[in-house]
Design a protein around this ligand. Structure first.
Ligand SMILES: [Zn+2]
Length: 135
């Protein structure tokens, strides 16, 4: 176990990245609480999703940046080596072919940093919006 000297939280891994102090309340706060070298990609994700989901509200839900319109449309989150993009299992099935270049799991797409396919993320987000998909 490792205990963060700043906030006193304990983790399995030494120097685990986490929120030191208050939890972020907005997507912007979430992004700036991540490592500096990840922020450009996370801001890019946010920009793509804002454009693809007009009228959706940005919120933090399950500790993840979330786009919301009557229900949660999708989430994303910063992981150590990738961005977790969570559009739900139906969306992952629907775009199975396009997603061959990424590691995917039921409802989860792992996008390595520096490797965001802007058109694909946009296409998936719009599909989620248009079909009323729930993440
Ligand atoms: Zn801490």
């Amino acid at each position: 176990m490792w205990k963060c000297p700043k906030c006193g939280k304990t983790f399995k891994n030494t120097n685990q990245s986490h929120y030191c102090g208050e939890k972020p309340k907005t997507i912007k706060e979430y992004i700036i609480s991540q490592d500096k070298d990840k922020q450009a990609d996370l801001f890019l994700m946010r920009q793509i999703l804002r454009q693809a989901l007009p009228g959706a509200e940005e919120r933090i839900s399950w500790s993840m940046p979330t786009y919301w319109k009557n229900h949660s449309i999708l989430h994303f989150a910063a992981a150590k080596k990738h961005i977790g993009f969570y559009p739900g299992p139906e969306a992952v099935m629907e775009f199975k072919e396009d997603l061959k270049k990424y590691s995917v799991d039921k409802g989860t797409i792992r996008i390595p940093y520096g490797n965001i396919d802007i058109d694909l993320v946009k296409k998936i987000a719009q599909w989620c919006l248009n079909t009323g998909n729930h993440a």
